[in-house]
Design a protein around this ligand. Structure first.
Ligand code: NAI
Ligand code: NA
Length: 396
C-alpha cells in the first residue's frame, strides 16, 4: 500500500518500511565512514529497535564487527496496518547484517518480564555462548513488575512545586505556557520503578547467574542531565529521580561483576528527538533552540553520531574510559558547552510563536520527528507501493 504519515498528538500512527530501511542504511554508512572500532564482539542490546539503542546495535555491528542480539517491544504489521518503526528498522538491520556476514537475531517482547530474559539467555547459550557487552537502552512509560505483577506508570512531573514555563507544539509551532502540577510520592516511586536501574540490575543478575557473561564484560545504560531551563521537569523531576537511581545502580552492578572483571557505565547523552523525548513538555522547545545553535556551530549530532563517538572516543580508545566526578561518561559535552548554553538562555527568554521559525530549528525538529517513522528521507519513493508486511528475518 501507499503509506503516509498519520499524526496523533505526539505519535505517528504509521511507519514506512522503506524509509526505516533508508534510515538504517544511512546510519550504517555513517558508522562505516568513521572506520573500525576495536570494540565488543558479542553484544546484547536491550531496547535495540529505535533511538540510542538502535544506534548502539549498528555501531557494534558495523563499527566493531560484532554479533548482536536485540531485544525490543514493537508491533508487527498486520494486513492493511503498518508495523511500528522499530519493527521495520530491525528488519532492515538484520538484512544488512546478513549481507555483511554478521550474526544478528532479535527478540520481540517485554524486556521487564522473566520470560523474555530467559528467552534471551537461551538464545545466547545456543548461538553465542557468552556476551561481552550489554547495552541497556529502554525507554518505556510502563513496567509490569515481574515479582509483584503490579503495572507501574512513570510520570514526567516536577517535584515540590508547580512548574510553569514555555513549551512548543512542534506540529503547529505554537509557543505557549505550560503548567505542570508537582508529583506526589507515589508518582516518584513509580517513575523510579519504571525508568530507574532495577530492571538493568535484574538483567545483569540473570545473565550472570546463567553464566553467559564473558570475562571483562561491559554494560552501559543511558542517562540525561540537560540545562537549567528543563531542570524542574527533567533532572530535578520524577524522571531525574529515576536517572539518579539508574546512575547509582551502575556502581552496584560493577561491584557484582568483580569476579568477572566487569564494569557498568552510565553515559550521559545529548538531547535528541526520539519517540520518548517528544512526549516531554518543554523539551521540544529546548531541542529546537539547541539544534539551531549546534548546527550553526557545526557540532550537531544525531543518535548515530553520538554512539559512534561514545564507542570510538570514550569506551574503546585503548586507554582509561574518561568519566566525570560522578563516574559518568559524558557525551553531552558539546550540548553542555558554556557558549552553547549561554545562547540557549538568551533565546529562551525571547522565544515566541512568531520568532521560533527564525531563532529555532523547528523545521529540523519536524524533519527528525518524521524520520523516526521512516518519512521524509531522500531516495525513498513515497508515492510507490510499500510492503507493510515486511518481516524481521529472525522473527517469523
Ligand atoms: P526510544 O523510544 O527511541 O527507544 C526505546 C527502546 O526501548 C525501543 O527499542 C523500544 O522497543 C524499547 N522498549 C520500550 N519498552 C520496552 C519493553 N517493555 N520491553 C522491551 N523493549 C522495550 O528511546 P531513546 O530516546 O533511544 O531512549 C533510550 C535511553 O536513552 C533512555 O534511557 C533515555 O532516557 C536515554 N536518553 C535519551 C535522550 C533523548 O534525548 N532521547 C537523551 C539522553 C538519554
Ligand atoms: Na533506544
Amino acid at each position: 500500500m501507499i503509506i503516509e504519515p498519520r499524526m496523533r498528538g505526539f505519535i505517528c500512527l504509521t511507519a514506512h518500511p522503506d524509509g526505516c530501511a533508508q534510515s538504517v542504511k544511512n546510519q550504517i554508512n555513517y558508522v562505516k565512514s568513521k572506520g573500525d572500532i576495536d570494540g565488543p564482539k558479542k553484544v546484547l542490546v536491550i531496547g535495540a529497535s529505535t533511538g540510542f539503542g538502535l544506534a548502539s546495535r549498528i555501531t557494534s555491528a558495523f563499527g566493531s564487527n560484532a554479533a548482536t542480539i536485540g531485544v525490543f517491544f514493537e508491533k508487527e504489521p498486520s494486513e492493511g496496518k503498518t508495523a511500528t518503526p522499530g519493527w521495520y528498522n530491525t528488519a532492515a538491520f538484520e538484512q544488512e547484517a546478513q549481507k555483511a556476514g554478521l550474526y544478528a537475531k532479535s527478540i520481540n517482547g517485554d524486556a521487564f518480564s522473566n520470560e523474555i530474559k530467559q528467552q534471551t539467555i537461551d538464545l545466547i547459550k545456543a548461538d553465542l555462548g557468552q556476551v561481552d557487552m550489554i547495552i541497556y537502552s529502554l525507554a518505556s512509560p510502563v513496567r509490569m513488575h515481574p515479582l509483584t505483577g503490579i503495572l507501574h506508570r512513570s510520570t514526567l512531573k516536577p517535584i515540590g512545586s508547580t512548574f510553569t514555563n514555555k513549551t512548543v507544539d512542534f506540529h503547529t509551532g505554537n509557543v505557549t505556557q505550560v503548567s505542570i502540577e508537582p508529583a506526589n510520592q507515589e508518582d516518584i516511586d513509580n517513575t523510579v520503578v519504571v525508568m530507574g536501574g532495577e530492571d538493568w540490575s535484574m538483567w545483569m543478575e540473570a545473565l550472570s547467574n546463567a553464566g553467559v557473561l564473558a570475562k571483562g564484560v561491559t554494560t552501559i545504560a543511558y542517562s540525561y542531565i540537560g540545562p537549567e531551563v528543563t531542570e524542574a521537569v527533567y533532572r530535578k523531576g520524577t524522571i531525574g529521580r529515576a536517572k539518579d537511581h539508574l546512575e547509582a545502580t551502575a556502581f552496584e552492578i560493577t561491584d557484582s561483576l568483580k569476579s568477572l572483571d566487569g564494569k557498568a557505565y552510565v553515559s550521559v547523552n545529548k538531547a535528541l528527538v526520539t519517540q520518548a523525548s517528544s512526549a516531554i513538555p518543554v523539551i521540544p522547545l529546548y531541542i529546537s533552540l539547541l539544534y539551531k545553535i549546534m548546527k550553526a556551530e557545526g557540532v550537531h549530532e544525531g543518535c548515530i553520531e553520538q554512539i559512534q563517538r561514545l564507542f570510538s572516543e570514550r569506551l574503546y580508545t585503548g586507554s582509561t574510559v574518561p568519566t566525570d566526578d560522578k563516574g559518568r561518561i559524558r557525551i553531552d559535552d558539546w550540548e553542555m558547552r558554556e557558549d552553547i548554553q549561554a545562547q540557549i538562555k538568551t533565546l529562551w527568554e525571547i522565544a515566541t510563536t512568531e520568532n521560533l521559525t527564525e531563532i529555532g530549528d523547528l523545521a529540523g525538529y519536524k524533519q527528525d520527528f518524521l524520520n523516526l517513522f521512516g518519512f521524509g528521507f531522500q531516495g525513498v519513493d513515497y508515492m510507490a507501493e510499500a510492503n507493510e508486511m515486511t518481516l524481521i528475518p529472525s522473527i517469523q
